[in-house]
Write a protein that binds this ligand. Structure first.
Ligand code: ADP
Ligand code: MG
Length: 700
């Protein structure tokens, strides 16, 4: 394989320096290996020949047709000049059209000779036509069996007469070369044999020239596996190194504080999922290694309680605990919840944010330093230098995506002797396969169950024309004493326009609901103003909140039962789900109204309809990923390798992700340092794929 990596494509038949430059520019193909890894995206069965009579519908696929040219004529003038061949297969006629290289075409093809044409028929001006098809003589077409690959092309390549068939030809030439005959596999034979995977050379041949659908499937499996396996090997190697390197404070004890809270103060039974997650967390904390765990749970699944129980374990082991939230208002809410819950236990809980007065701040600093402050809840203010702990045992971070890796690292430094355990909580559901790949270095716990008795939120899709009846609905909720969110998108690229429509919306709402106070928040406000407006709403003084997505993360106002989302088509599904989670937090029936204009694309309508059909965050996240690709899902890329997957798809290849992970774990279990012959081979391949992987152990 390495020789193929070093060999340049310009020496291939039909590729000179010019085409080589073009291929590099258009598709990033420069070596023979790159060329071999430019795979067909789909296939056409060579044994299936379409009849022109059977062509139908708006979107025809690529098809093969067998027949003869009846005539060739030059038509049109100037730029529209073209060569038109009339082609008959005995069942019907179609036009075959060429716009360039017409003289050469005219020379190469003749009437009365049988050809097999391959292309995409289109219905144009009352008849079927096919532009620039690929043409085989009847004999060469029947000589090749199986399926024919269709390669991705660009307009630039088409213009220079590079076709799908060109790629097939180059792949064939490379695969037939002596260099390919000596190609070494990237995976050790012991591994491919154990898993029943095709050897590399066979897989490459089969993906370009499959003899059957079954063979193609096996080839794809092998190549997808390879992509995912090295990704998993990389992540897991990193995770292991770090786990070994980082000792944690051993916390074996579950004692007085935990038990007192659990048996005396807990106002309800934990859900099964909460219990399981607490056990997973405790297993980490007593292991002697540092916990780095991601806790995922849908909005309202009860993460705060898990955070509190985690902190109580730290207290039972003689340590302090910290809970950090991304905004002042969230930190305040957490503080109120937690201090309320543990009030009767005599635990010292305090709040530290940017607006904590100086005198109080000093008390907090000194109590943290002497250990008499047990639990500190706060914002980024916790990271500041004067904040010193006597013995910080665990740090819980809420809504992880607002905090970068660097901030996590600063928290670690808050315990000079041994870094504290870290629990990161997020309500953004991450599909499992993505979590395994992107957050591979964090262990993941999932709360996949909501507390009993929640009424599912009713979600409705409404059009601007129905605004009046939507406002009537809002009015009814307000008269029942409820509160209402009205959310607008605010996206940087047309920020001015959005700001105007937000301000107009705000005016309109104030006009319509004159009897109620309306709070107003957007991303461009000063933080203090924002907090004040939020507080107006949280306290119930304001009954309506008009806002941009700044409310996406966090606030808890159980009395808010309705959310109207304007221009809902501009939000991603996961984002809509997050927003919707702000209602439905009390015992009353809640509503989420998605507003759009009447005319929206079919896909968009489908997306929004999914929201009206389910409230399952994981299902929504999976769908979001399938529709938009994993790139849109928030989170720092931590795998250290670009997620540039050619064949594998994290949304649909979950089983192969799992298989690759299991295989990588097994390899590392048997040979942690990759020092065996097989291990060295894998390490070498890894170094080629992720040259920077070696630096990883220094990243937090
Ligand atoms: P999250 O942070 O995951 O969105 P919270 O921790 O804010 O969710 O919990 C949402 C609500 O559910 C809170 O009012 C909390 O008291 C309540 N709750 C949590 N766990 C349970 C449980 N096991 N049974 C009943 N209610 C619960
Ligand atoms: Mg929460």
């Amino acid at each position: 394989m390495n020789r193929l990596r070093d060999a340049e494509i310009k020496f291939l038949k039909g590729i000179g320096p010019q085409r080589a430059t073009l291929l590099q520019k258009e598709l990033g193909i420069s070596s023979l290996r790159d060329m071999l890894y430019h795979f067909p995206t789909h296939y056409v069965d060579r044994s299936t020949v379409y009849r022109i009579r059977d062509f139908s519908g708006q979107e025809m696929p690529m098809v093969q047709v067998k027949g003869r040219f009846v005539s060739f004529t030059e038509q049109g003038e100037g730029a529209k000049r073209r060569l038109v061949g009339l082609f008959s297969d005995g069942t019907g006629l179609m036009e075959v059209v060429w716009f360039n290289r017409t003289a050469r075409i005219r020379e190469a093809y003749h009437t009365q000779t049988e050809y097999v044409l391959f292309g995409k028929p289109a219905w144009f001006n009352g008849r079927w036509s096919m532009n620039h098809p690929e043409i085989d003589s009847e004999q060469s077409a029947t000589a090749s069996q199986g399926m024919r690959g269709v390669y991705p092309l660009t307009a630039g390549l088409r213009q220079r007469a590079i076709t799908s068939r060109s790629f097939a030809g180059w792949a064939r030439d490379i695969l037939g070369s002596p260099m390919a005959a000596r190609m070494t596999d990237t995976l050790p034979p012991s591994l491919t044999a154990r898993l029943g995977l095709m050897p590399l050379r066979e897989a490459l041949r089969a993906i370009h020239f499959p003899e059957s659908a079954a063979q193609l499937d096996r080839a794809r499996l092998r190549l997808k596996f390879e992509e995912l396996f090295f990704l998993q090997l990389n992540i897991n190697r990193f995770a292991r190194t770090r786990k070994q390197a980082l000792k944690g404070i051993p916390m074996p004890r579950i004692a007085d504080w935990f038990n007192a809270f659990y048996f005396r103060c807990l106002p309800f039974e934990l859900t099964g999922a909460q219990k399981r997650v607490v056990r997973e967390i405790h297993a980490d904390m007593k292991s002697g290694r540092q916990m780095n765990r991601l806790l995922q749970g849908d909005v309202g699944s009860g993460k705060t309680l898990v955070a509190l129980l985690t902190m109580l374990i730290a207290l039972d082991n003689g340590c302090q605990a910290a809970l950090m939230a991304p905004t002042e208002i969230l930190a305040t809410q957490h503080f109120e919840t937690i201090s309320g819950m543990v009030a009767e236990l005599g635990i010292n809980v305090k709040l530290l944010t940017g607006s904590t007065p100086k005198a109080q701040r000093e008390v907090i600093h000194s109590q943290l330093a002497d250990g008499s402050l047990h639990i500190i809840v706060g914002t980024h203010a916790l990271l500041e230098d004067p904040v010193k702990f006597r013995n910080l045992g665990v740090a819980v971070i809420d809504e992880q995506h607002r905090f970068g890796v660097a901030q996590r690292a600063r928290l670690w430094g808050k315990n000079a002797a041994t870094p504290p355990h870290v629990l990161v909580m997020t309500a953004t559901p991450i599909p499992r396969t993505l979590a395994m790949t992107v957050y591979g270095d964090l262990d993941v716990s999932v709360i996949d169950e909501l507390p009993p008795g929640r009424k599912p939120i009713v979600t409705q899709l409404r059009y601007d024309e129905q605004r009046f009846s939507v406002y009537q609905g809002i009015g009814r909720q307000l008269r029942q004493g409820r509160q209402v969110y009205i959310v607008y998108p605010l996206i940087a690229e047309n920020e001015k326009l959005d700001l105007r429509s937000l301000e107009e919306g705000y005016e309109q709402i104030r006009e319509t609901f004159r009897d109620y106070k309306v709070a107003f928040v957007h991303g461009r406000m000063k933080p203090a103003e924002k907090d004040w407006q939020m507080q107006l709403f949280a306290s119930g003084q304001a009954r309506i909140l008009v806002a941009t997505t700044v409310i996406e993360v966090g606030v808890n106002v159980p009395n808010a039962t309705t959310m109207v989302i304007e221009n809902a088509e501009r939000f991603g599904l996961s984002q809509l789900h997050q927003l919707r989670g702000r209602v439905g937090r009390g015992g009353d029936q809640s509503y989420c109204i998605l507003m759009t204009k009447q005319k929206i694309a079919k896909d968009t309508r489908k997306r929004l309809e999914l929201m009206t059909q389910t409230t399952d965050g994981f299902l929504i996240a999976e769908a979001d990923m399938k529709m938009r690709g994993p790139g849109d899902i928030e989170g720092t890329m931590q795998s250290g390798m670009p997620l540039d997957l050619k064949l594998a798809n994290l949304a649909t290849d979950g089983q192969i992700v799992q298989m690759a992970r299991d295989a990588a774990v097994a390899v590392l279990d048997a040979d942690p340092q990759l020092t065996s012959a097989d291990g060295r081979m894998l390490l070498a391949e890894l170094a080629r794929l992720a040259p920077r992987a070696a630096d990883w152990s220094r990243i937090s």
